[in-house]
Design a protein around this ligand. Structure first.
Ligand code: GLY
Ligand code: MN
Ligand code: MN
Length: 492
């Protein structure tokens, strides 16, 4: 489950019998009275029932994953697999090495769920004082079985029992295969899979796929989590603007902005939902610019694509493109207003009955129209020509798609098939981004000089409603004039 730790024999640890007896003694009993049911857990139960309906009379294994070594004896902060988080309600850094097992009965019956995990060891154990990865002296108290029962309302067992318990269900096991290599191997061993057993792999992939598409439509609690993630993101953007002058002054201002946003994300929630893209000037034309090493120049734009992830792991994903000096130049405004018009068209297309792909079609048409009007498409190519599959010249300046599903993963429901994603009808409860952009690289000889080095994206998070959508991030200024007023207000 966890990756192997290197041996640390250069460090000295007290090891005498006397010491062991001494350190194990005279600790107060842990008080469990403060352990409360986790609100998110009550929403996880109906999700398990919905999943069970797809796999009657089977045993579904959903691992959290293990700690991952960053270097030597330090690990990355733990982040559970999204399917595990969704089906247990646990978020933040919980619970390395845990495995949710769902035993389903006949179609329509309630499944049984058991939570296997590594409980905190007793005070007379080696782990207590000597294990820097799991020990109470090192990482603080961790849950015991009773904590999990109270928090999640699930039967909780030591993970050491997993293999024996799964062996009893060997002919009906499926595992989410990409969550924890060791658990996947354990399941394959218990099932006795042949090395080249494609059908076993396929069955596991079906489970992973079902867990992913289970998140396509958010329940009311998930929608509220998204609202909260976006609200916190709005506050973090405000803080960035308040700190922008200092970021310019200090040099390496992209990093300063990354830090300010990260501070607020970490304070309000679990952290950033993905590495913040802090891209000034021509850096905005590198779509995943996360190096963030640049200075901020008041004559340029700053594209900030960042989102706060709550402790529940639901994340926002918002982009605003800001004139660092406070006012757009004519060329910057021209590009910005084109992207805004495309985004408006995209947002207007977010409504039940439309397909997911219609949002992109609506936005990209407006992008193509502007590029045509500006004379940037090849000679003689009309808007319809470029929109045709054999054209697509306009995509030189917006190679990415307009939308993706959003939730526990920033690119949520990633295992959904094309007909469940691009080709699917939008239904209330779906949460997606609308994020057109235009990217004119500094060395792009096909665009006029005044456009070179300008990159603009505007990204909002929308929730499909009964008759359209709620723009969750719509409270953050979007038009060029409103963005200027926003900056003026916060910078004085
Ligand atoms: N921040 C990644 C994206 O917008 O999809
Ligand atoms: Mn996005
Ligand atoms: Mn984004």
């Amino acid at each position: 489950m966890s990756e192997e730790q290197p041996k640390q024999d250069h460090r000295s640890r007290p090891d005498s019998e006397n010491f062991r007896a001494f350190i194990a003694a005279d600790w107060a009993e842990r008080d469990l009275s403060g352990v409360r049911p986790l609100e998110a857990a009550q929403y996880a139960a109906p999700r398990r029932t919905a999943l069970a309906e797809k796999f009657p009379e089977q045993t579904l294994v959903v691992p959290a994953g293990g700690l991952k070594v960053r270097s030597n004896d330090t690990d990355y902060v733990f982040r559970p697999h999204s399917a595990f988080a969704h089906l247990t309600g646990l978020g933040a850094d919980r619970e390395p090495d845990a495995v949710l097992v769902i035993r389903t009965g006949e179609a329509g019956s309630e499944p049984e769920a058991v939570f296997y995990f590594r409980p905190m060891a007793a005070r007379d154990s080696e782990e207590f004082f000597a294990d820097s990865r799991y020990g109470e002296f090192w990482v603080g108290p961790r849950p015991v079985e009773e904590d999990i029962r109270r928090e999640l309302g699930l039967d909780a067992r030591h993970v050491d029992r997993l293999e024996a318990d799964l062996a009893a269900d060997a002919d009906r096991l499926r595992v989410v295969p990409d969550a924890d290599r060791d658990v996947t191997e354990l399941v394959r061993r218990v099932r006795g899979d042949a090395a080249d057993d494609a059908s076993a792999t396929e069955r596991d992939d079906e489970l992973a796929h079902a867990c992913s598409v289970l998140r396509l439509v958010k329940d009311d609690w998930e929608a509220d989590q998204m609202r909260e993630a976006v609200r916190a993101t709005g506050r973090a953007f405000d803080a960035v603007i308040e700190n922008l002058d200092e970021a310019v002054r200090r040099g390496r201002g992209e990093r300063w902005v990354e830090g300010v946003f990260g501070l607020h994300a970490r304070h309000a929630g679990n952290g950033v939902g993905y590495d913040s893209i802090v891209a000034s000037g021509d850096h905005a034309n590198t779509l995943h610019w996360i190096r963030n090493t640049g200075d901020l120049d008041p004559n340029e734009l700053l594209l900030l694509d960042a989102g706060v992830e709550l402790d529940s792991l639901f994340t926002a994903d918002v982009t605003r493109t800001l004139p660092i000096g406070g006012t757009f130049t004519d060329a910057q405004r021209k590009v910005y207003d084109a992207v805004y018009a495309a985004q408006e068209a995209g947002i207007a297309a977010v409504k039940p009955g439309n397909k997911f792909g219609d949002v992109h079609a609506a936005a990209i048409r407006v992008i193509a129209e502007h590029l045509h009007e500006w004379g940037l498409l090849p000679e003689g190519v009309s808007v319809e020509d470029t929109l045709a599959p054999e054209g697509q010249y306009h995509r030189r300046w917006m190679v990415h798609g307009t939308s993706h599903h959003l939730g526990i993963d920033v690119h949520d429901c990633a295992l959904a098939r094309r007909e469940e994603y691009m080709g699917a009808e939008l239904v209330p409860g779906m949460c997606l981004t609308v994020e057109p952009g235009l990217y004119f690289k500094a060395d792009d000889l096909k665009v006029p000089e005044e456009f070179r080095g300008i990159g603009v994206r505007i990204e909002d998070d929308v929730l499909v409603t009964g008759d359209g959508c709620e723009n969750l991030s719509g409270f953050m200024p979007r038009t060029s004039a409103d963005v200027e007023a926003w900056m003026k207000r916060l910078r004085g």
